[in-house]
Design a protein around this ligand. Structure first.
Ligand SMILES: [Zn+2]
Length: 600
């Protein structure tokens, strides 16, 4: 057994998430975490909503609410959506907890002490008419990179690049249209060049990463510049230094605080578990966490934060860059084992866009379709290593031809026939198994090594393909053996053997598919007469902030129960549940209905 951290990208709490988001960070991380737990590892899966920064402040201003109120609203929506998908977080929290603030400030202070965070005089905007600082969000101009004419002072929403207000071409105040004046002001910068060498050495020891992620990360090291980590903004974590912590107009930049969430959420989980030091088993380089592995899941637009920025923060805090230093009070902290980045999902050939309504939100999807139907599509046809298009026609085909006609049909016909003729798991004929029986059982057993290895190496598309091959083999076996033709009393022992073998393979295939399809796996387990939890599910709990802030909902769960990653021999004579279909066949008319919704 080993300790495995599944660190999942933090969805931004400025709106509901669409299926493109969850296909990048959500479902793949859950498949991985579920498999690793089933294989006996001690998994900690954490994430939460990312709630600071200008976009939330801007939207809150527009809606006439406080940023906290806006974040509260979408934190809850996102928690419910991830719950609906069955994503098995040990803790899904948020960045507005007091625990998170304290951990962010601890990392900031540790890096500052070690000399990796340095003050720098830059040019900041003030309003010429009032003489007051103009927060970044109130400055608008043309993006110097892509030419978009409504870029904000800190970021261009068109090309996604981070900016400084002074970079904007023709900057204007959004309050009164005047041209801001730029005066000297002080901000804090992360000294990335002082950490470049340690990052390079670390990247050189990484193997097994997707080649494009490694290449991209290495290239980033060639041109590392100090990067501003504070902004002119009121909404965020205060700067934990004397003369700064009480300033209302300067805050830590959202990206700096959000990546620290992996650590703060682990600490929060430990504090809630009753053993406040338990997080160290996944994080402490010098202690019990030294053999732990950590896997970070995200879309490709977030690689830089996970393969450069976050390891830089961890190294600086641990005192490991060119300026050396001492670890802070949390001790030396583990760098990521692997950064697992997915590509983009598009929708009917177009980029997802909430504003252009090229979108399907998780919630709307789950109102009309089952979670496992989406999980199946994402695993079998998602953007694992290539940009991938979601089309309703392909979703329909995958659901009806593969899930329903393949897996659902195998479950349905084997369970129904056994229930009707035996009422229970039939016994094996004392005459023994035929070569065909043995061959099929061997295929299913071999699946555990093959499928498990592929999931462990983040090749989920291939992994689910291998599991579905077992299903196809079993369907072929049933067609060839045709147990429905064995009608006489003399035929009965052989019919029982065939059905016993088929049900055993259903049980094995169900275990192989459990990380991908946990909801239906539980149902199939029960159809086979199984009791108890087969695939544990997350729950939403309303919790108190540990340090006196407002209460909030979290996703959590007990995942110590459930199936193991192994073939479990079925007991003859175990009663079978009354058969009922596990998957819903969809009417082809949904394609036109959904396309009409998109066009609205
Ligand atoms: Zn731009």
């Amino acid at each position: 057994m080993s300790h495995v951290l599944a660190a999942v990208a933090w969805p931004y709490a400025n709106g509901p998430r669409h299926i493109g988001h969850v296909s990048g960070f959500g479902v793949p991380s859950d498949v991985f975490a579920r498999y690793m737990r089933m294989a006996g590892h001690d998994v900690l899966m954490v994430s939460g909503t990312d709630e600071h920064g200008t976009p939330i402040q801007v939207q809150a201003d527009a809606d006439g609410v406080t940023p906290r109120e806006l974040a509260d609203r979408y934190n809850r929506v996102i928690v419910e959506d991830l719950h609906g998908l069955g994503l098995s977080y040990d803790l899904f929290t948020r960045t507005t907890t007091r625990n998170h603030y304290a951990v962010v400030q601890e990392l900031f202070e540790g890096m500052y002490r070690n000399g990796y965070i340095v003050p720098k005089t830059t040019m900041g905007a003030i309003s010429p008419s009032t003489g007051r600082t103009l927060p970044d969000r109130y400055i608008e101009g043309t993006c110097p990179i892509c030419g978009y004419d409504s870029a904000r002072g800190d970021q261009c929403d068109n090309c996604g690049n981070q900016l400084d207000p002074i970079d904007l071409i023709d900057p204007k105040s959004r309050i009164n249209g005047e041209t801001p004046k730029f005066v000297e002001t002080e901000h804090f910068f992360l000294d990335l060049p002082a950490l470049a060498e340690v990052l390079r050495q670390w990247l050189d020891t990484r193997d097994g990463w997707r080649p494009n992620v490694l290449r991209f990360s290495r290239n980033l090291l060639d041109d590392l510049q100090p990067r501003a980590i504070t902004r002119d903004l009121e909404w965020g974590v205060p700067i934990p230094l004397d003369d700064w912590r009480d300033r209302p107009d300067k805050r830590i930049y959202v990206w700096f605080d959000a990546v620290i969430g992996y650590l703060s959420a682990s600490i929060e989980w430990a504090r809630r578990s009753g053993d406040p030091e338990a997080w160290r088993r996944w994080w402490s380089t010098d202690g019990e966490g030294k053999d732990a592995r950590s896997y970070y899941f995200m879309g490709k637009d977030n690689i830089v934060f996970h393969s450069v920025i976050w390891p830089a923060l961890l190294s600086g805090y641990s005192g490991e860059g060119s300026r050396d230093g001492e670890p802070g009070q949390l001790g030396r902290l583990n760098l990521p084992t692997e950064v697992v980045s997915s590509e983009y999902l598009t929708m009917e050939g177009r980029k997802f866009s909430s504003s252009r309504k090229v979108v399907i939100y998780v919630r709307d999807f789950l109102e009309r379709y089952d979670a496992d139907a989406l999980r199946y599509f994402i695993a079998a046809a998602g953007p694992e290593s290539n940009d991938t298009d979601f089309t309703w026609a392909e979703f329909l085909r995958r659901n009806n031809d593969e899930l329903v006609a393949g897996w659902g049909n195998l479950v349905n016909r084997s369970v129904s026939m056994a229930a009707k003729n035996f009422g229970a798991i039939p016994p094996v004929d004392p005459a023994g198994l035929t070569e065909a029986d043995e061959a099929l059982l061997a295929v299913a057993r071999a699946g555990f090594a093959t499928v498990g290895d592929l999931i462990g190496r983040h090749r989920q598309k291939q992994a689910i393909g291998e599991a579905m091959k077992v299903v196809a083999e079993a369907n072929r076996y049933l067609s060839e053996q045709a147990p429905w033709k064995l009608k006489t009393e003399a035929d009965k022992p052989r019919q029982g053997t065939i059905l016993h073998v088929a049900l055993q393979v259903v049980s094995d295939a169900n275990t192989l598919l459990t990380p991908f399809l946990p909801h239906s796996a539980q149902q199939v387990h029960e159809l086979l007469g199984g009791t108890g939890v087969h695939a544990p599910m997350p729950v939403i709990e309303q919790v108190d902030d540990l340090d006196g802030g407002p209460s909030y909902p979290v996703l959590t769960g007990d995942y110590t129960v459930g199936a193991r990653w192994e073939s479990v021999p079925l007991e003859s004579g175990r009663p079978l549940a009354p058969p009922k279909p596990v998957f819903r066949k969809l009417d082809p008319s949904i394609v036109d209905e959904e396309l009409a919704r998109l066009a609205e």
